[in-house]
Design a protein around this ligand. Structure first.
Ligand SMILES: [Zn+2]
Length: 263
């Protein structure tokens, strides 16, 4: 046990050297409390749409939430400057799901984006792991191994974001957007709504610009679009830039996910 505690404390230090010892012991007790609360419970569901994952805005108006993930893997630390400049220039709100590793790779840019009220900063985890209490994998990526590791995954990035921009994120989307139902409960305990999606905008930044545009033009009232802001080499930027003006001509307005209740 002592070894685990030491490992967690050094992790907290690595993630944010500014965490005081008071905060570190608070993190440790949170981790322990959640572990105890969930010990002996086994999840039975695993997927992107388990109950409690919010995939749409609860609204009948013609509004759409564009969400952009920044995942921070070895090949995912980039930024689509053309896309982000377009959104800022055209005043298109978006919700940015940011992973801790991406923040470390782009600290100045993160500060700038977080300071722009157009953009809501949301939590995309510490190490971009699928949200599991039993280490389940998806796409060959190992999920968090237990409740304690999931607490670190969510809470340490939430605190990292809050330490930089003064605002704790309200929304969490796991790496890969996979959850078991206990992971959803733990997200809620940590004050996060779980943010799914209803329009697969770029299929992990693998779509061509034409495919992205076609996917976005299929949006309906209340949809949540999932795209990526960390792959400038992909078709995502050009596809979004082509689709947004057309959707606005059709009477849609873009909003941040937290602007409306979710369902
Ligand atoms: Zn991601």
């Amino acid at each position: 046990m002592q070894r685990v505690v030491t490992a967690i404390l050094s992790l907290a230090l690595t993630v944010s050297p500014s965490f005081s010892s008071e905060v570190q012991s608070e993190l440790e007790s949170l981790r322990k409390q959640v572990s105890e609360q969930f010990s002996g419970r086994k999840p039975s569901l695993w997927g992107e749409n388990v109950p409690g994952v919010r995939t749409r805005l609860a609204v009948d108006e013609k509004v759409i939430a564009l969400t952009l993930d920044a995942c921070g893997s070895a090949t995912g630390k980039g930024v689509d400057t053309r896309l982000m400049d377009f959104l800022a220039r055209e005043q298109i709100p978006a919700t940015l799901f940011i992973n801790a590793r991406w923040i470390d790779a782009n600290p100045e840019l993160f500060r700038r984006l977080a300071a722009n009220p157009l953009f809501e900063i949301a939590n995309h985890g510490l190490r971009h792991k699928p949200a599991s209490v039993s280490g389940r994998s998806i796409y060959g990526i190992e999920g968090t191994r237990d409740a304690a590791e999931l607490v670190e995954e969510i809470e340490l990035n939430a605190r990292k974001i809050e330490a930089i921009n003064g605002k704790r994120p309200r929304l969490y989307r796991s790496g890969t957007a996979y959850y078991d139902e206990l992971a959803v409960e733990i997200s809620h305990l940590l004050g996060h709504e779980v943010a799914g999606y209803s329009v697969l905008g770029d299929a992990g930044a693998t779509y061509s610009a034409a495919q992205v545009k076609a996917a976005l033009l299929g949006s309906k009232s209340g949809d949540v679009i999932l795209c990526h802001m960390n792959h400038p080499e992909s078709g995502t930027g050009a596809g979004v830039i082509a689709a947004v003006p057309e959707l606005m001509r059709r009477g849609f307005r873009f909003v941040r996910m937290s602007d409306y209740p979710l369902r």
